[in-house]
Design a protein around this ligand. Structure first.
Ligand code: ADP
Ligand code: MG
Length: 447
């Protein structure tokens, strides 16, 4: 039977995935609605369960409908905990007290402050999140966190929820996505349970709504959200919101909502820099070492990944998981060559590199100055500031070194570049105009 199922899976996962992941699986036993598969290592177990668990279950159920769960186990490890499924698929933790009817999403156990690596790009957001999580009097309301995909918004929100519920278990902390909010709202409308819906949300102590941009353009949901929001703020309850962009930039969001969202503290998570990516990789590796003590990691692999996978922490993490899983499967040291082989597809798609020339062109366009003035020797402010902005972007968005950047800016010294980068880094925080310029430029360059 399993042999035939494997053939079905071959079709649905593709040949190379099949060879790496499905082929080595052996069905070990069926018992009490659970199909258990033998896997060579717990890494493979984790990976397969996360990536293909649902598909495998689906195929298994097509021949044995009584099976409710698939389970992956290293033979001889019976006594150990089952290979943990990714928490995304894990059931809700009842640790947080709430109305059982409350439409809240489960919290990911790994998303705590302990596992959040702090660096320049996220330090403000982290500090603000910490402050809210300390559970003192409400100082800013709402806390609005924004930033691109995979930069840690959801992670920070979960971390706040975990910490708050640990400090004050009696608090009714509710985390949900804007999509879930809408879904529940629409459901309440349909079932004529608006009163219940309202009173449920009014009883919340801390409300977190993730990815609020989702309700843009959804008028009645916005309306209800606005009322909920106001009722809670008026009641002195903390609200934490995330979005993929600043409140003012969310299109099709009512002005009154935008302005309310801007009333509290708005902080953004900047695109990661090299140091932060490396830090995140290192902390993940520490964790993997406990899971897989024998595995050797060659020098330079993490640096390579931090350099090459720049956009999204989720992709970066996924790449590392895959690398470890693969290496544990074939029993090799993780070398640079293995990394390049194993992650060829990720590395290829991991975006084109922005060039210094492109940055210079965009920046001079943006500030309406000539390229020759941007690069040239004149030190008047109208040229110097854009020049610093361009240097800053060059440092952030390319993998060029400071001396190299200096060379491309009319043969300047690396200390000049460093000074410029630092200056913009400061201004970014204090000068909202510069912050906006940077944001715009970054977006155009990444497009
Ligand atoms: P977002 O909600 O902003 O799209 P997530 O919070 O889901 O991003 O983060 C994506 C992944 O990257 C998660 O697995 C998260 O744990 C991880 N991650 C992001 N930033 C950090 C960080 N600073 N330290 C550790 N892990 C991080
Ligand atoms: Mg998120």
């Amino acid at each position: 039977q399993w042999g035939r199922l494997k053939q079905d899976l071959l079709k649905s996962v593709g040949k190379s995935n099949f060879k790496s992941w499905i082929e080595p699986l052996e069905l070990s036993h069926l018992e009490e609605g659970v199909a258990t598969f033998a896997v060579p290592t717990s890494f493979v177990g984790n990976y397969v369960s996360q990536k293909y668990g649902d598909q495998i279950l689906y195929h298994v159920q097509s021949v044995s409908p009584e099976i409710r769960r698939v389970h992956f186990q290293v033979p001889g490890n019976q006594a150990r905990r089952p290979a943990q499924a990714r928490p995304a698929a894990a059931p809700a933790e009842p640790a947080i007290r709430r109305d059982p009817m409350m439409p809240a999403a489960p919290l990911d156990k790994r998303f705590t402050f302990d596992t959040f690596v702090v660096g320049k790009p996220n330090e403000l957001a982290h500090a603000a999140a910490k402050r809210v999580a300390s559970g003192g009097p409400v100082t800013f309301n709402p806390l609005f966190l924004y930033g691109g995909v995979g930069l840690g918004k959801t992670h920070l929100m979960h971390a706040i929820a975990w910490e708050l519920s640990e400090r004050q278990p009696e608090l009714n902390v509710v985390y949900l996505s804007a999509e879930q909010f809408m879904y529940r709202f629409v459901q309440a409308l349909r079932e004529r349970k608006m009163m219940d819906f309202k009173s449920m949300f009014r009883a919340v102590d801390v409300l977190m709504v993730d990815d609020v941009q989702f309700i843009a353009g959804k008028e009645s949901t916005q309306e209800e959200f606005f009322h909920t929001f106001n009722a809670l703020v008026d009641g002195g309850k903390q609200i934490i919101i995330s979005a993929d962009r600043a409140p003012g930039e969310i299109e099709n969001l009512e002005e009154r909502i935008k302005s309310r969202l801007q009333c509290g503290l708005v902080v953004d998570l900047h695109p990661t820099n090299y140091e932060l990516r490396l830090g995140i990789l290192q902390s993940k590796v520490e964790y993997y070492r406990t899971q897989y003590p024998g595995l050797q990691l060659a020098d330079g692999v993490l640096e390579f990944l931090a350099m090459r996978i720049t956009k999204n922490v989720r992709v970066l993490e996924g790449a590392l998981t895959r690398l470890f899983a693969f290496a544990s499967l074939v029993g090799h040291e993780i070398t640079l060559e293995l990394t390049q082989d194993c992650l060829a597809d990720v590395l290829r798609s991991s975006e084109r590199q922005v060039t210094i020339e492109e940055i210079q062109r965009q920046v001079s366009d943006h500030f309406n100055i000539r390229l020759s003035d941007l690069i040239g020797p004149k030190r008047v402010r109208v040229f110097a500031r854009p020049r610093q902005v361009a240097m800053y972007l060059a440092k952030q968005m390319t993998s060029r070194s400071l001396p190299e950047i200096g060379r491309r800016f009319g043969g300047r010294d690396h200390t000049t570049v460093m000074h410029g980068v630092r200056r913009i880094d400061e201004l970014r925080v204090t000068d909202s105009q510069i912050a906006e310029d940077l944001e715009l430029l970054r977006r155009t360059l990444e497009a």
